[in-house]
Write a protein that binds this ligand. Structure first.
Ligand SMILES: [Zn+2]
Ligand SMILES: [Zn+2]
Length: 329
């Protein structure tokens, strides 16, 4: 049974999830060879019996490519009961849904090597699971995230995303939502401003724009947003999914060139239930890391100016790709 507790000063929530202690941590407990071969990997095709019952599977056991099931070690649980309120502090029971979306049956496959058709299918399933989890009575916010590489917190080395439906709205999302009213959306204004100035824009197409945000917390952080005001991925059309997949793959091909085996997180932010929002996606390369100052102040020290990072993505990585093609490396 997990529990959210609110910091009375900042309004930030901490989730206490004791059962997460029991989860397998492949990188720590197994040798590199076992981790890479996928032997006994619960997410591999052929090992379906090692997971909970799927809530979605795109085809039969021997051919599926996308499979969604409740997390074996959930951070929040559907069966949890609301806790009696404390008189002084604020807390909530960890009620909600924690699902794992395995997006390939192949061990060792990585999202940057997906085809755009496959990535579009993954987006359809994400749309469907997001809507399903948000429709739960108690759920007010669904966080979608993907950890790529051990540096990014990936505990099982088999490509997957996770969705966590929560009974509260995290402080950061709440603050953004308050500035994202459809008729007066700060994000729409930011996107117009970024397009006009151009120095932080990395790439764009008809429906989406990718840019390094003005106050990026992390080196080479990237944001991808729909150009038109859309509150969640649930609103994406087939054409938009295709354009998003093309853009995301092109960006990931640049991110993986930042350094060998770079870890990164992909986070998708959607509207909390009944609240305004302009949905978007963050790609957060795990370069550098943070220490005492960041923990103390919530002010991040970033060695790379956003304009330089955008320039790097635009120019330097194209040069690297040309070099790789030429030298056949
Ligand atoms: Zn596997
Ligand atoms: Zn907007």
């Amino acid at each position: 049974m997990s529990e959210f507790r609110k910091n009375p000063f900042t309004g930030d929530w901490t989730l206490y999830a004791e059962n997460r202690r029991n989860r397998p941590y492949e990188f720590r407990h197994t040798t590199r060879t076992t981790a890479e071969s996928g032997k006994n990997c619960p997410f591999c095709g052929g090992n379906e019996g090692q997971t909970t019952t799927p809530v979605y599977q795109d085809a039969a056991d021997d051919v599926w490519q996308i499979r969604v099931f409740p997390n074996m070690f959930p951070a929040v649980s559907q069966n949890a009961e609301e806790l009696p309120q404390e008189t002084f502090y604020e807390r909530r029971a960890g009620i909600g849904r924690h699902e794992v979306l395995v997006d390939t049956r192949e061990h060792g496959m990585t999202i940057d090597r997906f085809s755009k058709e496959h990535l579009s299918k993954v987006l359809v399933v994400l749309q469907e699971r997001y809507e399903s989890i948000l429709s739960e009575k108690v759920t007010t916010y669904v966080q979608i995230f993907k950890n790529c590489g051990s540096a990014a917190g990936m505990s099982i080395r088999h490509s997957h995303s996770q969705l966590i439906g929560m009974p509260l709205i995290p402080q950061r999302i709440q603050a953004m939502s308050e500035k994202m009213q459809e008729r007066d959306c700060l994000f729409c204004k930011i996107l117009r401003h970024e397009t006009e100035t151009g120095s932080r824009v990395v790439q764009e197409n008809k429906d989406f724009i990718a840019f390094v945000p003005y106050a990026a917390r992390f080196p080479y952080e990237l944001w991808i947003a729909p150009k038109k005001h859309q509150s969640s991925i649930a609103e994406l059309t087939a054409q938009e999914r295709n354009n998003l997949s093309v853009l995301l793959l092109e960006l990931l091909h640049k991110v993986i060139l930042l350094r060998k085996d770079v870890g990164y997180n992909i986070c998708i932010y959607n509207a909390p239930k009944g609240k305004p929002f302009h949905w978007y996606m963050e790609i957060l390369p795990r370069i550098g890391g943070f220490a005492g100052f960041e923990y103390a102040t919530n002010c991040y020290i970033n060695m790379v100016l956003p304009e330089e990072a955008a320039e790097y993505y635009r120019k330097e990585t194209e040069r690297k790709q040309e070099k790789i093609l030429k030298e056949g490396l």
